[in-house]
Design a binder for this molecule. Structure first.
Ligand code: CP
Length: 322
């Protein structure tokens, strides 16, 4: 795999390969092998132009568990504030020996620009770009769903027959977009639930069903109910019901939690707005996979870095060779 830029164009066998290698990574951690020597001598740069807790730290943990060296770069406090461009920043880091660049950026398409511009030769991983995609989040979500549904027999399995409902601020969510594409590739049926003002205009082109009532979506007994963060920083009055209205109609409160079928898992990519899109009763319940998602994120990112830097080729790359 040369780069990981999105899930929209990620082939099914490549997605399954990442999930299966992540299973191997979990196994190695379970056997208390804290550190694998696989990426000794490689350097991973975390290039973060937007804030992050989970993604940045789990990429760092993943790289270190594979024995890579890690350089963490945050735009805040760097020469970006003096006007340094993405090209100059990336080339500076490459000159320090980066083999892979993990980039989070506010502009949709920034990782693809980095990967295709010829500015650098390092592999590029998209850690979230604007409202476009967040592919490793979707991969760790799919890994979590597969693990809950199939347990120890997960390897090689897709998500055929699974029903996943994604609730909330779809309009601004790169997590929703990456999940929609990946879940469909893996065979799951996806329903989106949101206030009409938080549904993207191009949703008709997406492989999903759209529903406006959370109660109706819960009655349809999904296998996974994924609550999304309300991105208040990107809202204006035209988009948003009031917070009170939102939590009353689309929040996973204790009453709705009780109405969920027994097997439905409650997911959230984090960070959570407790009391708005999700109650503490739901976030901390036995059905919640929130912390499992975080833990699985390290294994999935280990798999991505391994496949990027230890030389396996993607379906698309193999096709290009024919
Ligand atoms: N889920 C997620 O991307 O969280 P962070 O913004 O903390 O990385």
């Amino acid at each position: 795999m040369r780069h990981l830029l999105d899930t929209q164009f990620l082939a099914k066998d490549d997605a399954l390969r990442i999930l299966d290698v992540a299973e191997d990574m979990v196994d190695s951690q379970t056997r208390e092998i804290k550190k694998l020597p696989t990426l000794r001598g490689k350097t991973v740069v975390n290039l973060f132009f937007e804030d992050s807790t989970r993604t940045r730290i789990s990429f760092e943990a993943a790289a270190k568990r594979l024995s890579a060296d890690v350089i963490n770069f945050a735009a805040k406090g760097s020469s970006v504030s003096k006007g340094e461009s993405l090209q100059d920043t990336a080339q500076t880091l490459q000159a320090m020996g980066a083999d892979a660049v993990v980039i989070r950026h506010g502009a949709s398409g920034a990782p693809r620009t980095l990967a295709t511009s010829g500015w650098i030769s390092a592999g590029v991983v998209n850690a979230g770009d604007g409202t476009h995609e967040h592919p490793t989040q979707a991969l760790l979500d799919a890994f979590t769903i597969r693990k809950r549904l199939h347990g120890a027999a997960s390897r090689g399995k897709d998500l055929s027959g699974a029903k996943v409902t994604i609730v909330g601020d779809i309009l601004h969510s790169r997590v929703a977009r990456s999940n929609v594409w990946l879940l469909r590739t893996l065979g799951a049926a996806v329903t989106l639930v949101a206030p009409p003002t938080l549904v993207p205009q191009d949703v008709r082109a997406w492989p999903v069903t759209v529903e406006y009532s959370l109660d109706a979506a819960i009655a349809a007994a999904p296998d996974a109910l994924m609550m999304l963060r309300i991105q208040s920083e990107r809202m204006n009055a035209a988009y948003f019901p009031t917070e009170r209205e939102y939590s009353r109609l689309w929040g996973l409160d204790p009453e709705r939690l009780n109405a969920l079928p027994e097997g439905t898992m409650v997911m959230h990519p984090g960070p959570m707005n407790r009391g708005l899109e999700i109650s503490s009763a739901a976030a901390d319940s036995a059905r919640s996979t929130v912390l499992e998602q975080v833990a699985n994120g390290v294994a999935v990112r280990m798999a991505v870095l391994y496949l990027l830097l230890a030389g396996e080729r993607t379906h698309e790359e193999r096709e290009d060779d024919r």
